[in-house]
Design a protein around this ligand. Sequence first.
Ligand code: FPP
Length: 226
Amino acid sequence: MEETRRLPVHVSIIMDGNGRWAKERGKERVYGHFEGVESVRACTEAAVETGVKYLSLFAFSEENWGRPDQEVNTLMELMFKSMQNELPTFLKNDIRFVVLGNRARLSDKLNAGIDDLMARTASCSRLTLIVFLSYSGKWDILQAARKMAEAGADDLEPFLVTAGFPDPDFIIRTSGEQRLSNFLLWQGAYSEFYFTDILWPDFRKDAFREALAEYARRDRRYGKVK
Ligand code: FPP
């Protein structure tokens, strides 16, 4: 197979291990999140460089609301600031920015910032960067099922928040944990999984490229024989 055909169209990452990374250094957990933003930047650049069309990141789960207020607030503030800071980079590199999740739980300020960034980058097409915020797979399926019933429809997929975006070909999880943690339950039905011990703040360009190399070696059959 040609190399280009072995490149995943959509890479999705469960960014894990920020807290442990900080703890190893005797610092507060939030310090790991700050450093994690650098990995977001590095992987976004690597996605553009390698030709991946969709990069999605599990930044905050519905379950994460249960963390201490101080950590939740810092994370939300970090999302807001990072988004504002990255606008010039997104426009320069033709990156479309999208946030998916239960946005009703986000603050008005954050939602306004998200809407603004999504509108300003709406026509960018080199890479679509999807940030999952206040997202969980079960929540997504439930809200889609409600809408499907209301519409009297018989296909769930058009009602998932990911409608219109391709399913992830490749789901990466950092920090040694080997589970899906209520992420893309429906959309990940045929995804290839990749687990690495590297903690998210250390997952930079080389690690991203190494993961893609592993993907290229996989044989995807979608339940069929080849
Ligand atoms: C998991 O590590 C990481 C998170 C819950 C937050 C990830 C968010 C960012 C890095 C900010 C992203 C910013 C943008 C703009 C997308 P953990 O805290 O669960 O670590 P632990 O398992 O070691 O405790």
